[in-house]
Design a protein around this ligand. Structure first.
Ligand code: ADP
Ligand code: MG
Ligand code: ZN
Length: 556
């Protein structure tokens, strides 16, 4: 039987998608293969079809026990003998499957990695005695620290090539940037792997970012014309998923929460209801979604900033699997970025922190883009893309801009006055008229000192970044980068060139994010107030430092 015939016979499809056929040919030829295909692209078929055509057993490693049953049921319905082994089964059931495996009556066996290598080497030794012909590793990015969904048990798979030296391995994932990809190949020790990278562009998804201001109202505005649609809203904390789901219900939406801290039964119920369209909106942490195959999700909202582009892209990719027009909306706020920075720093070792911070920085950059968001996303995954996709908020000219000429002039003249010898932090503190000692006395005498005091420090960082991006300033490549003027600076300083900047949150909006001070709260949390810049006229409020936010997050 040819692959095309098997496709028709077992799966009922008449054509291969993406590069399925080439992938399958390489697997049949005994090669190791890495498959990158967007979510919903059809990765499973890439190993299921060869499993049918090859003699022997295919072992499928999959991270989620909950999904194995669905996959196995679907295969059995198609007349392909498949089974899984996991802790949810009774000893009798397991013994029955073992017996079938011995008889060669099973073509595909699904396992979680910890199962394969757990409890001594009983299972692996047993499997080695069987005619294994292929090993498929689904969600292979879980093996990498640099991926967005690292699972320690996946590291056990590093020994696979030793146990099955001559068996082809196919690793599959929907999200892996260059670094993660290399990490997968190294950890799994794939031999001369053929790499198949499908286009990651999801042309039917429109990407939008809004500066977060009173997010609940923003959400209601977004949801109003989408009352009949299914969607997922991602939040950072478990607590906020529940709060938001309740608030949406109060507004008449069929919304439910989903997060890893919920009862198994509640999670299953909410997920089921969502799949059946009884519930329209799932408000979830990132625990929700992997392997969920719901084709008519019309929108994905990130109510909080995701940690990195890989996660963001994976999550937005859950919209529009049916190919119909769908929306991805991200609500961006500076304080989210600060919060996540705190997480990135504590989480693990130095090298890892650095990489996580870099990835977060890329995410922040995406949120602040003035150029096509799709192009940025595609380039992030090493795919070239023209600079106008026509269906992101930037290309649709929806991004709110304002005349930032005066701001630009202030920044540029500060850089000039400081003789192009300082980095952005110093320049910004100088602009804001900081009383800090580190600002030199002679600089405090300059007329430019303090001309930017009316602008929030965070906004200054953002404006400077935009000015660099637009070529009105540049930074040196040194360890401590210094801001310098460019050939475009003069025209701005002389008032011959207008500069447009993206609107940010105003101070007023930012204050609404400030957590109200409750007497004793800080004491209770044993926290130290640090660098507290309480906005004027709001005495009972304080701004929480990163460390405080971090500490509080562990209570969420
Ligand atoms: P992935 O694992 O890449 O996210 P799946 O393997 O779950 O995607 O496949 C997504 C859907 O696409 C499934 O419903 C699958 O049956 C379907 N599919 C896969 N290959 C084809 C094909 N060649 N033609 C039509 N549908 C396909
Ligand atoms: Mg899959
Ligand atoms: Zn675009």
């Amino acid at each position: 039987m040819t692959p095309a015939q098997a496709l028709q016979k077992y799966f009922g499809y008449s054509e291969f998608r993406h590069r399925q056929e080439a992938i399958i040919r390489d697997i049949l030829a005994g090669k190791d293969v890495l498959v990158l295909m967007p979510t919903g692209g059809g990765k499973s078929l890439c190993y299921q079809l060869p499993a049918v055509l090859m003699d022997g057993l295919t072992i499928v490693i999959s991270p989620l026990i909950a999904l194995m049953k669905d996959q196995v049921d679907a295969l059995n319905v198609n007349g392909i003998p498949a089974a899984f082994l996991n802790s949810s089964q009774s000893p009798d059931e397991q013994a029955m499957i073992t017996e079938k495996l011995k008889q060669g009556a099973i073509k595909l066996l699904y396992l979680a990695p910890e199962r394969l290598f757990g409890s001594g080497s009983i299972l692996i030794n047993f499997l080695k005695s069987l005619p294994v012909c292929l090993i498929a590793i689904d969600e292979a990015h879980c093996i990498s620290h640099w991926g967005h969904d690292f699972r320690p048990e996946y590291l056990m798979l590093a020994g696979l090539k030793n146990d099955f030296p001559n068996i082809p391995v196919v690793a599959l994932t929907a999200t892996a940037d260059k670094l993660t990809r290399r990490d997968i190949l190294e950890k799994l020790d794939l031999k001369n792997p053929a790499e198949f990278v499908s286009s990651f562009n999801r042309a039917n998804i429109t990407y939008r970012v809004l500066p977060k201001k009173n997010s609940f109202n923003q959400l209601l505005d977004f949801l109003e014309p989408r009352k009949e649609d299914s969607g997922i809203i991602y939040c950072l904390s478990r607590k906020s998923t529940e709060a938001l789901a309740a608030d949406l219900k109060a507004e008449g939406y069929a919304a439910e929460a989903y997060h890893a801290g919920m009862d198994h039964a509640d999670k299953a119920r909410n997920q089921e209801a969502f799949l059946r369209d009884d519930v329209k909106i799932i408000v979830a942490t990132i625990a929700f979604g992997m392997g969920i195959n719901k084709s008519n999700v019309r929108y994905v909202v990130h109510a909080d900033l995701p940690k990195n582009i890989e996660g963001y892209y994976q999550e937005t990719g859950r919209a529009g699997r049916d190919g119909l027009a769908s929306d991805a909306l991200l609500l961006y706020s500076y304080s989210d970025a600060t919060k996540l920075k705190g997480f990135a720093r504590v989480d693990g070792n130095e090298e890892q922190s650095t990489i996580m911070l870099k990835k977060l920085d890329d995410m922040v950059r995406y949120s602040q883009l003035q150029t096509c968001r799709r192009q940025y996303l595609m380039r992030y995954f090493d795919e070239d893309f023209p600079d106008n996709c026509g269906s992101c908020d930037v290309c649709l000219s929806e991004v709110e801009k304002f005349d930032g000429t005066l701001i630009a002039q202030k920044a540029l003249s500060a850089v000039a006055r400081l003789k192009e010898r300082f980095g952005n932090t110093y320049v910004i503190d100088f602009l804001r008229g900081s009383k800090r000692e580190k600002i030199r006395e002679e600089h405090k005498q300059l007329k430019t000192y303090g001309v930017g005091a009316d602008i929030h420090r965070a906004d200054w960082f953002r404006y400077i970044r935009e000015l660099v991006a637009q070529g009105y300033l540049q930074t040196t490549d040194d360890e401590y980068p210094v801001l310098k003027l460019t050939e475009k600076s003069e025209a701005v300083l002389k008032g011959l060139q207008k500069v447009e900047l993206i609107a940010t949150q105003t101070n007023e909006e930012r204050e609404s994010e400030i957590i109200p001070y409750e007497a004793g709260l800080l004491n209770e949390l044993k926290l130290v107030r640090r660098d507290i810049a309480a906005p004027q006229n709001v005495p009972p409020y304080i701004i929480l430092s990163d460390a405080v936010l971090l500490e509080m997050a562990t209570y969420l």
